[in-house]
Design a protein around this ligand. Sequence first.
Ligand SMILES: Cc1cc2nc3c(=O)[nH]c(=O)nc-3n(C[C@H](O)[C@H](O)[C@H](O)COP(=O)(O)O)c2cc1C
Length: 194
Amino acid sequence: MKIIGIIASPRKEGNTAWVVNAILGGAKDQGAETQSWYFSDLDIGPCRGCLCCHNGERDQGCIIDDDMQDLYGAIEGADTIVLGSPVYMGQMSAQAKIVTDRLFAQISPRFSPYYKEKTAKKKMVLVFTQGNPDPGMFRVYFDYTKHMFQLLEFDVGEVVVVAGMREKPAREREDLPVLMKTIGSSLVPEQSPR
Ligand SMILES: Cc1cc2nc3c(=O)[nH]c(=O)nc-3n(C[C@H](O)[C@H](O)[C@H](O)COP(=O)(O)O)c2cc1C
């Protein structure tokens, strides 16, 4: 079983990276193969709205030649995607939005049969970290985002919200290692071969 983490924060060693990696660690302990993708290490530009993905040849996908091409492959090859974003101004980060918009190429009507075969119904775990201590503060937005990914046919389970980063960063929180490990373990149905 393959699980990838997409860390859509500009901070490679920030809270989002810590939380996503802790979840992946729990999955790895149960035998999953895991890999982290750090947006900060990648060259991924925003969608240009050229619509080549919709108007070009069937199965063309996105024509932008950047690291998103590798990430498309990783998403296709994964059973589960853990998408982590810090909350910026009450929403996902610009980095997470860029990745989300680039998925548009994968849901082109022409691309659709391929998409359904390769990407749809994959399990997705959405992870948000936020400075505000109230995990319910952005609930409406998190629910909306979950719904949006469900419309893209991802199988989105519980949204993991790690709040209170203003007081204490994730790596210093004593409650998080066990919690995140448990979430990660639960992504692996049974012992799968490494
Ligand atoms: C530009 C910016 C906007 C932010 N907006 C919010 C916000 O609206 N609500 C909130 O609770 N925290 C907000 N934060 C705090 C981050 O969500 C929080 O520190 C997060 O854990 C950072 O993740 P990172 O360490 O992975 O970068 C903001 C931080 C930045 C830099």
